[in-house]
Write a protein of this length. Structure first.
Lengths: 70, 467
């Protein structure tokens, strides 16, 4: 799956980190690091993490299949 | 039939059977394509990109990818919807024929358009000496391919890495090198890191962060030459202060060059400064007259900004690509009363040395800075930038939650120094010179000249300087 975190919007609340700890990590106090293309098996975790974000900074792909062709 | 009804018919026809070409298959181009479909454009959509990958995100390349946590080909951008486009990837646009409304491609194809979006972005400025740039172990960083190659070189545990240029990307790479336990030297011509974007006061703080993390930071020096061994691998760098460094990896992090060469001869206001446009993303022709069918978004769009005395600004920021792409797409399929302006409050971020640096506004527009909140010593603070008594930018170090407060002040043209927030005030808020470098020396010859004497003949002409 594919995600992108809008790091302008992200305020480092880190609510997402414990919900998908292999995908979203803090580097230091408030700099979020993430895996933009985590395994599909983590989709539920990532969706929960995205839902938990107080500023809704985690953008998850809305296509079932990967991309549309290109 | 009334004119209004005729126009409505034309719009319906365009949305049904029109042809839109997006040149540039990255963040701005992708978000523009999605917006076009969202807004009911059902015609033929072609997306042209010189890289073979489908649209991917670049900010992770200098951070989690270099560190080896995320693969270089694993930053593909999430899709917001199907775009049903004809993707022409791995083939560059090489020319624009405005008279016949066609984009020329490197493989000789011509792609016709009714409306066209320019989103060709920038590329890394290469090391100035091509022979030295070709040495094994010498890199630049802009594409996923660049990141993959550089990551592999760092994973091979080089003896010393030299990073030339301490802007945001150079500093982020230095941070990754230290996190990987690599010896790294950073050579910066200016007085400190990040000085171009944030000024010398913040540059001093960034310099301390680098040195505390173990970076061998050398400021006020330039790298004069690189030398290779018998096998053509870089081994030494000569600095302007006379020192020689033994290095195994060199990264030239010298900023970007705008991809506008393909527009030469098209008669648009394009050149090394980018592509000039109005605040609705419509491109100006070489005379400064707005065009109706050509739009621009992303890193190369140079538009007047209401907050900054209507100066034409390029903003190489992530959300400028997102919002610029969306506004351009909206305006491509809208009539005049429905057009929207792209008036972003510039915003950016950078993670380095465990510190989250975020900014809003345009720092280099300022002449003064004041630390308003937190503590510089603790690397947790906010600072505001001012020009002639009003706030024009702000930066936070591990204090990002406060940025919105300053963003709102900037949008209101609030006074500088700004009214202090309710709590968490820094000691002795005192404005001081922000210490931005002087603007570059003016060049001797113009790129654009005026020609013709009669009013009907008078026009501008773009004359590429010999480099």
């Amino acid at each position: 799956m594919r995600i992108v975190v809008d790091l302008n919007r992200c305020q480092g609340y880190a609510q997402c980190v414990p919900l998908a700890p292999t995908v979203l990590k803090l580097n230091g106090e408030e700099a979020l690091m993430y895996d933009p293309n985590p395994s599909d098996s983590l989709r539920q975790q990532v969706l929960r993490a995205a839902a938990s974000c107080p500023v809704q900074a985690i953008i998850v792909d809305r296509l079932d299949e990967k991309g549309d062709k290109a | 039939m009334k004119t209004a009804a005729l126009v409505a018919d034309v719009v319906t026809e365009f949305k049904t059977n029109g042809r839109i070409v997006i040149v540039g298959a990255s963040l701005a181009g992708l978000r523009a394509a999605e917006t076009l479909r969202d807004e009911g454009f059902n015609g033929k959509l072609t997306i042209i990109g010189d890289e073979k990958e489908e649209p991917y995100d670049r900010p992770p390349l200098s951070k989690q990818v270099l560190k080896g946590w995320v693969r270089a080909d694993h930053t593909l951008l999430p899709r917001m919807r199907k775009v049903d486009a004809d993707w022409r990837l791995g083939v560059a646009a090489t020319g624009l024929d405005r008279a016949n409304k066609q984009v020329r491609l490197a493989n000789g194809d011509q792609v016709p358009y009714d409306r066209m979006l320019i989103a060709t972005g920038t590329r890394a400025r290469p090391w100035f000496n091509p022979k030295e740039a070709a040495l094994a172990g010498v890199f630049t960083l802009r594409t996923a391919g660049d990141a993959g190659r550089l990551q592999a070189a760092l994973a091979a545990k080089p003896g010393r890495v030299l990073i030339i240029g301490a802007g945001f990307i150079g500093s982020e790479m230095a941070s990754v090198c230290r996190e990987l336990g690599l010896a790294v030297t950073v050579a910066e011509r200016a007085e400190g890191p990040l000085v171009g974007a944030l000024g010398g006061v913040i540059g001093d703080i960034a310099a301390e962060m680098q040195r505390e993390a173990g970076v061998d930071l050398r400021t006020g020096v330039s790298v004069q030459s690189l030398e290779g061994d018998a096998s053509g691998h870089v081994r030494r760098a000569k600095l302007s202060d006379g020192t020689t460094l033994d290095v195994d990896v060199v990264v030239a992090s010298l900023g970007s060059i705008r991809n506008t060469e393909w527009l030469e001869g098209a008669g648009l206001a394009s050149g090394r400064w980018g592509v000039a446009c109005d605040a609705g993303c419509r491109v100006f022709d070489v005379n400064g007259v707005v065009t109706d069918s050509i739009f621009v978004a992303g890193d190369i769009a140079r538009a007047p900004h209401v907050l900054y005395e209507y100066q034409f600004l390029v903003l190489e920021h992530w959300d400028n690509a997102v919002f610029g792409g969306k506004v351009a797409a909206h305006n491509m399929v809208s009539l005049e009363p429905d057009r929207r302006p792209h008036l972003p409050l510039p915003a950016f971020w950078s993670g380095q040395f465990g510190v989250n640096i975020k900014g809003v506004g345009v720092g280099p527009f300022a002449d003064e800075i004041v630390i308003t909140q937190g503590s510089v010593k603790d690397r947790r603070f906010a600072a505001a930038y001012g020009r002639r008594g009003r706030i024009v930018a702000a930066v936070t170090f591990n204090h990002g939650k406060w940025l919105e407060y300053y963003g709102a002040l900037i949008e209101r043209s609030a006074p500088f120094p700004p009214p202090p927030p309710g709590y968490d005030q820094a000691n002795g808020m005192k404005p001081m010179p922000a210490r931005f470098p002087e603007p570059g020396v003016p060049t001797a010859y113009p790129d654009v000249v005026l020609t013709g004497h009669d009013p009907t003949e008078r026009s501008a002409e773009y004359r590429q300087k010999k480099r």
